[in-house]
Design a protein around this ligand. Structure first.
Ligand code: HEC
Ligand code: HEC
Ligand code: HEC
Ligand code: HEC
Ligand code: HEC
Length: 324
């Protein structure tokens, strides 16, 4: 008891002594040319920073495609979505500081000199002010903040949820993790974290949606086998197009292989965009002698400008049982 009281006092003292530097974390304006970097936020929010750094958000300004297509950053129209100031503000202003960070921490979290996140503070101290009511959350109405830039995708999601309940954008795209908001890296920060409660939150790593948790993802069915022809159908059960996005050329393709065998048997490109609820049918020729295997089908997305490929989902089919 005495020990924790002592720690409490040391922490309080340390915070009072250093409070002047912490003010900078929220006193930031779009016109400023310098401001705390994402890395600085990451000195306490270690995991959030590491996740964000891997996303396209962190590369929204420095990507070669953006640089060339925005006419070497001269096209002002592009800037708000690729280097936003405060997304929660009605003014859609690009920012002057830390432009290389693209869609950065303060873009989504800072509003009126206060940090907005899913919880009001539960820690003993926070080095910056935290809003009591916030729209930056994986539940409720938080898709609005994504919709500020993902306009078309947002409109589709908004339309679909009139007929069926869907998670928010972050609710589907971020995997569930349990952690305190910060992580100690030195004596001082470890002490702060010691008092912090754990929360169940969503990861900032948005690339591969956690379809396993939500159970929502594109659905592939092997409808029937006729001789050497396998008939498949893909249903877009997402609340947005498959693939989605208004920018950059992309393509989906299927890769077929025998289970536990790396060599691909076939590749089929799907040069078609599926609206929510839309179904696409296609066939795969497969010799009879290969039909007593278990077939694995991987669905990938490829960005044609960068050649980047990512796996959307894997499906397995037991061909024998389908034949009967
Ligand atoms: C010195 C450590 C430190 C730094 C630097 C820091 N934070 Fe924090 N932050 C905290 C602590 C402590 C909390 C409160 C945790 C709690 O209440 O459980 C917090 C809370 C938050 C929350 C609210 C979380 C929620 O669920 O509501 C957000 C958002 C946030 N910080 C964003 C940032 C951003 C953006 C930056 C950089 C500009 C930053 N922080 C810099 C320590 C820090
Ligand atoms: C300020 C504008 C802005 C906001 C707000 C925003 N995004 Fe993005 N997002 C972008 C841009 C720009 C890109 C593409 C960057 C690139 O590829 O260079 C992107 C890319 C993505 C991608 C592709 C992921 C990847 O790493 O390949 C996903 C998924 C995504 N955003 C989801 C979200 C979600 C969920 C939210 C809300 C929590 C959100 N975005 C909020 C601008 C924004
Ligand atoms: C039901 C779960 C679900 C919801 C809700 C959802 N998505 Fe997706 N989203 C997915 C899946 C699964 C994919 C993978 C398909 C793909 O990559 O084309 C995807 C793909 C994307 C991509 C392309 C990823 C890339 O790598 O470029 C973007 C951007 C995106 N979603 C944004 C959003 C936004 C913005 C919202 C909210 C308006 C949203 N999503 C809501 C499941 C969801
Ligand atoms: C595209 C918008 C966006 C960006 C960029 C972003 N966040 Fe978040 N952040 C969110 C959303 C939405 C949530 C709510 C997730 C939830 O409800 O679990 C969140 C949650 C948080 C939380 C509380 C939950 C947790 O994981 O502990 C912290 C702290 C936080 N963000 C810090 C950061 C930091 C630091 C950065 C930059 C390195 C950053 N965020 C970048 C949208 C963003
Ligand atoms: C309304 C917000 C918005 C505006 C304005 C905007 N973008 Fe984007 N941009 C996005 C979002 C969101 C994505 C990622 C998802 C998608 O494709 O919709 C993106 C993705 C991109 C990509 C793909 C990135 C990559 O690495 O493949 C390029 C290139 C791009 N934008 C260029 C531009 C250019 C050039 C302009 C100005 C003429 C511009 N954008 C204006 C929101 C915006």
């Amino acid at each position: 008891m005495r020990f924790s009281l002592l720690l409490y006092s040391i922490t309080a003292l340390a915070l009072i002594l250093s409070s002047c530097t912490f003010d900078q974390l929220t006193d930031i304006h779009t016109e400023d040319t310098t401001a705390p970097s994402a890395e600085k936020c990451g000195s306490c929010h270690v995991e959030q920073y590491a996740e964000w750094k891997e996303t396209a958000h962190a590369k929204a300004y420095i990507s070669e495609e953006f640089k060339s297509q925005s006419d070497d950053y001269q096209d002002e129209e592009c800037l708000f979505c690729h280097i936003p100031g405060e997304v929660l503000s009605v003014e859609r202003k690009a920012r002057n500081y830390n432009r290389h960070e693209g869609v950065t921490c303060v873009s989504c979290h800072l509003y009126e000199q206060t940090m907005h996140g899913p919880h009001s503070s539960g820690a003993l101290f926070s080095p910056h002010s935290i809003a009591k009511n916030s729209k930056v959350d994986s539940r409720l109405e938080s898709s609005h903040i994504c919709g500020a830039c993902h306009e078309e995708t947002y409109e589709q999601w908004d339309e679909q949820r009139k007929t069926r309940e869907y998670p928010t954008c972050h609710g589907c795209h971020g995997a569930t993790v349990k952690r305190p908001h910060t992580k100690g890296t030195n004596f001082f920060s470890k002490m702060l974290v010691w008092f912090e409660p754990e929360h169940t939150v969503r990861s900032h790593y948005l690339i591969l949606p956690n379809q396993k948790e939500t159970g929502l993802g594109p659905e592939l069915c092997l409808d029937r086998i006729e001789g050497e022809i396998l008939h498949f159908s893909l249903l877009n059960s997402l609340p947005h197009d498959l693939p989605t996005g208004s920018f950059a050329e992309k393509e989906l393709f299927f890769q077929f292989k025998k289970k536990e065998d790396d060599a691909s048997l076939h590749k089929i490109v799907m040069n078609k965009l599926l609206a929510p609820g839309e179904r696409h049918t296609f066939t795969l020729p497969l010799p009879q002698k290969e039909q007593n295997e278990t077939l694995q089908v991987d669905l990938f997305r490829e960005d044609l400008s960068t050649g980047k490929i990512h796996l959307i989902r894997s499906y397995t089919f037991s061909l024998n049982s389908t034949r009967q």
